[in-house]
Design a binder for this molecule. Structure first.
Ligand SMILES: Nc1nc2c(ncn2[C@@H]2O[C@H](COP(=O)(O)OP(=O)(O)OP(=O)(O)O)[C@@H](O)[C@H]2O)c(=O)[nH]1
Ligand SMILES: [Mg+2]
Length: 357
């Protein structure tokens, strides 16, 4: 497991007296030790690290997807080091910045290579105005990397054996769960898997969060997609071979309906998903129940539902069976019903190939 991340910065990174040091989540006292720093920078392969940076222009297109020549920051291949029994993985940005991860002893840093490079690249080069001059931005970078990498470790690496095992099962229903960020997808999966909910659950998702669920009715694998814009291209990988798709909307956040509608239709129009049943969840219904203006809750919800249908143009959904449901992951409203619906709709597909004709 990742337990610390640090960043070393200096005009000349080899000049230890001028080095600026940042680290997260804790100020590692050991990081302040000059010996350790010297070892990180001078000893083990750091020449290689710097040479890698110089070579970056030639190699980058192969190493990191989407890295174009317009990128402000060049990121080198990370190098593993074991120094003073610390398991360190360091990369170099534009030759004068080193970013290092410190893992637990038994971790294999190479497992984290892709996510490390991908997150770093997304953070530095997708938002073109990132500056290493600003300490707050650096702290934010470390925090984001830390959460993303730690979470990736929790979600993917520790689950690999489970994943391989289940892929060999003959029958399971693959659920593709998508929607823009912060609508409640991961909270939903967590709720049906563990029964738990919390307002400040670790968010956002960066990689596929794949959860398995065994129920009397069958076996589900739920692919919970990351909703943030920078990660939406992963949806195209995640949707393959889905038996059912679930689109989640945060009904309390109308400001983002337009964006949400666009993303929904982009995916529904994919030929791979032709005929695949769809459930649309209008989540966070708990947030609107108090604004009733004298109407019963039922009337109020009916009106909202009508508005949503019109706005999202659900009447244009063709070539598949679909269902809209209000939910609240927070209050557990309709969560059990959603699960039933998943089994019900996806079994149509199994039982009757011409169900949609
Ligand atoms: N009030 C309310 N809040 C909810 C509900 N479901 C989720 N939330 C909150 O919404 C926030 C975002 O939830 P997540 O589950 O992380 O959202 P997500 O869709 O997985 O977000 P990404 O991973 O970024 O795509 C969290 O603070 C949740 O606690 C709900 O039904 N009602
Ligand atoms: Mg999520």
């Amino acid at each position: 497991m990742l337990y610390n991340i640090f960043l070393l910065k200096g005009k000349n990174i080899k000049d230890l007296s001028q080095l600026n040091i940042f680290s997260y989540p804790n100020d590692l006292v050991t990081i302040e030790k000059k010996d350790l720093l010297r070892n990180i920078i001078y000893d083990h392969d750091h020449e290689e690290l710097i040479n890698n940076c110089r070579e970056q222009n030639k190699k980058s297109n192969l190493q990191i997807s989407n890295l174009s020549s317009t990128n402000q920051y060049q990121i080198s291949e990370p190098i593993p080091q074991l120094i003073d029994s610390l398991n360190i993985y360091t990369t170099c940005v534009n030759q004068n910045i080193s970013i290092g991860l410190i893992f637990e002893k038994d971790d294999n840093p190479y497992d984290y290579k892709d996510i490390f490079l991908e997150l770093l690249h997304d953070f530095l080069n997708s938002e073109s105005n990132f500056s290493f001059e600003d300490d707050i931005e650096i702290e934010n970078l470390l925090l984001t990397l830390f959460i993303g990498i730690r979470r990736y470790g929790d979600e993917i690496i520790e689950k690999t054996p489970e994943l391989e095992y289940h892929y060999q099962e003959e029958f399971f229903i693959k659920v593709f769960l998508f929607g823009i960020d912060e609508v409640g997808k991961t909270s939903f999966v967590r709720r049906i898997k563990t029964g738990k909910y919390s307002d400040n659950y670790f968010t956002p998702t960066r990689k596929f969060n794949i959860e398995y669920l065994q129920d009397d009715a069958g076996f589900l694998s739920i692919w919970d997609m990351p909703g943030q814009r920078a990660f939406r291209e992963k949806w195209l990988v995640g949707l393959q071979d889905s038996n059912i798709i679930i689109y989640m909307i945060d009904i309390a956040n109308q400001r983002r309906f337009k964006e949400s509608k666009r993303e929904l239709w982009k995916i529904l129009n994919r030929y791979e998903l032709n005929g695949v049943p769809l459930i649309i969840l209008g989540n966070k219904v708990d947030l609107i129940k108090n604004q009733q203006n004298g109407k019963t809750q039922e009337e109020h919800l009916y009106r909202i539902k009508k508005e949503i249908f019109e706005f999202f143009k659900f009447e244009r959904i063709s070539n598949r069976t679909w269902k809209f449901m209000f939910t609240s992951v927070k209050t557990n409203f309709q969560i059990e019903n959603t699960l039933e619906k998943i089994f019900e709709l996806s079994s149509y597909e199994y039982e009757s190939e011409d169900f949609f004709d």
